[in-house]
Design a protein around this ligand. Structure first.
Ligand SMILES: O=P(O)(O)OC[C@H]1O[C@](O)(COP(=O)(O)O)[C@@H](O)[C@@H]1O
Ligand SMILES: [Mg+2]
Ligand SMILES: [Mg+2]
Length: 337
């Protein structure tokens, strides 16, 4: 007997979360859930169904695409196109936004920004990967959707979340009323509420950063790393260094255990590597809704105005006391202390 609330039952019970939506947003989330189940099946059999390896193509980012990148992208775009609630998709895997023709008289209201497969470098080595999504409503309802409808600040999101394909497959999302986590029960093919009202610990002892880039980090980041490594019993230091190389997996671990994830500007990525629209904004909103913080080192990630679909930003997010400590060290450096 399944004693957990399914995603569909939860959405019905929480219709108050979408007062303006009259069912469309919940249908959109269900569409995302369908594609996630299809990708889950592929990821779980990756070694057996030749979904490993390079697709032999290059995406807009100039990065080699993995077969699973392309497969996941196709599945989410297919689900969003046939669902009828989405009017435009901005995907990591496509240079331009994909405008979806109206299925019927009413023009769909929602915009979805998506990283179909996050953590691509980990696909072939059986390490957790994910999908990240961010949902906006069109500001102006008449006429066709425009680029301006997509380039909204993170504070204007109406829903955001991620799927992590790990030891279990989980869907974690927010609509601005807290964060809830659903674990896929393959025996019934449903996402079931397993982590209600998720809250990140206010502090932690895990810092997550690719220290291979250390020599090119900004001074404040170097100083913070040294702070994490100092011995100080009172503040449980040295912290533990954990870096999975899949943003979703690193952020999900911190959401549950506490910690900070840092992806600063580097030599290869002077603006930071991670994309504002479909990686940083959704995960920043999840963090804030779970009691954490997310900044670019100067201001809240959610207040940043996107300059383009694939704009990048440095990002520091996680337990609020740890982000505050990083900002304190950065400020002291700036003040010449
Ligand atoms: O290998 P690096 O430079 O540390 O970058 C790792 C980061 O790159 C990413 O894989 C980028 O995302 P994609 O895999 O979607 O391109 C993040 O998931 C991860 O946090
Ligand atoms: Mg990514
Ligand atoms: Mg990706």
């Amino acid at each position: 007997m399944n004693t957990f609330l399914t995603l569909g039952q939860f959405i019905v019970e929480n219709q108050k979360d979408f007062p303006y939506a009259k069912g469309e947003l919940s249908r959109l989330l269900a569409d995302i859930g369908i594609a996630a189940k299809i990708v889950h099946k592929k990821v779980n059999k990756a070694g057996l169904v030749a979904i490993f390896g390079d697709a032999g193509s290059i995406n807009i980012q100039g990065e080699g695409q993995k077969k699973l990148d392309v497969f996941a992208d196709e599945q989410f775009i297919q689900a969003l196109t046939s669902g009828g609630e989405c009017c435009v998709v901005a995907s990591e895997e496509h240079e331009e936004a994909i405008y979806i023709p109206a299925k019927n008289a009413s023009q769909a209201k929602y915009i979805v920004c998506i990283d179909p497969l996050d953590g691509s470098s980990n696909i072939d080595v059986n390490v957790s990967v994910g999908t990240i999504f961010s949902i906006y409503r069109r500001q102006v309802q008449e006429g066709v959707a425009r680029l301006a409808d997509i380039l909204q600040t993170g504070d204007q999101q109406v829903a955001a979340g991620y799927i992590i394909y790990g030891s279990s497959t989980m869907l974690v999302y927010t609509t601005g009323n807290g964060v809830n986590g659903f674990t896929l029960d393959p025996s019934i093919g449903e996402f079931c509420l397993s982590h209600p009202k998720m809250q990140i610990p206010t502090t932690g002892t895990i810092y997550s950063i690719n220290e291979g880039n250390y020599s090119k980090f900004p001074e404040a980041v170097k100083k913070y790393i040294k702070y994490c490594q100092e011995v100080d019993e009172a503040t449980n230091r040295p912290y533990a260094a954990r870096y999975i190389g899949s943003m979703v997996a690193d952020v999900h671990r911190n959401l549950i255990q506490g910690g900070i994830f840092l992806y600063p500007s580097t030599l290869s990525y002077p603006q930071g590597k991670l994309r504002l629209l479909y990686e940083c904004n959704p995960l920043a909103w999840i963090m804030e809704q779970a009691g954490g913080r997310a900044t670019d080192g100067k201001q809240r990630i959610l207040s940043l105005k996107p300059s383009s679909l694939h704009a990048r930003t440095p990002i520091f997010l996680g337990s609020k006391d740890m982000v505050a400590q990083f900002e304190k060290i950065a400020q002291q450096l700036e003040d010449g202390e």
